[in-house]
Design a protein around this ligand. Structure first.
Ligand SMILES: [Zn+2]
Length: 168
């Protein structure tokens, strides 16, 4: 009797540990993440499970920095190639508008499954570089609409819906 109690207890406590497998989120990125998730809800995109597969959403001082081109953010992966962290260069914190664009860009890589960029420098959130963050922020609502409506995760959903219809 005593041993079965122990097994049960271990199972129970490991379930709790799993549920508490929390992701560390830098407070300076949290408002942007909450805002991004509001859009996910609007577009019915699940983000909850994916969020808890991450370890950190963090601001770091280890990304490449130079006057010509800095890496403002990136996803880092574990040895199995699964995304582990979303990291933002501290330099993006110097301007709230740049931070907003960079944060949405990196969140979209992960949560909206943008594996590639859509262009070199076309003034959209998912461009490789942006010469003018200001232009994007000026047109923010429209930019976010494009980001979500043209996202790989929603495009895939549309294809599946189409295939379903087709098989009727
Ligand atoms: Zn990117």
């Amino acid at each position: 009797m005593k041993s079965s109690f122990c097994v049960l207890f271990i199972l129970f406590s490991s379930a709790i540990t799993f549920a508490q497998n929390d992701v560390q989120i830098d407070g300076r990125l949290k408002p942007h993440l909450d805002n991004f998730f509001d859009y996910c809800k609007e577009y019915k995109i699940d983000y909850y499970d994916k969020l808890f597969e991450l370890k950190n959403i963090d601001v770091v001082d280890t990304l490449h920095l130079s006057p010509q081109a800095s890496t403002l953010g990136m996803l880092t992966r574990d040895k199995n190639n699964n995304v582990e962290n979303i990291v933002i260069n501290w330099v993006a914190l110097l301007d709230q508008e740049i931070l907003k664009v960079v944060a949405f860009h990196e969140f979209a890589h992960y949560f909206l499954e943008y594996e590639k960029h859509i262009c070199d420098d076309c003034g959209k959130i998912m461009a490789i570089v942006n010469t003018s963050y200001f232009d994007i922020v000026k047109d923010w609502d429209n930019q976010v609409k494009m980001l979500f409506e043209e996202s790989p995760i929603l495009k895939r959903r549309k294809t599946v819906a189409y295939l379903d219809q087709d098989s009727d």
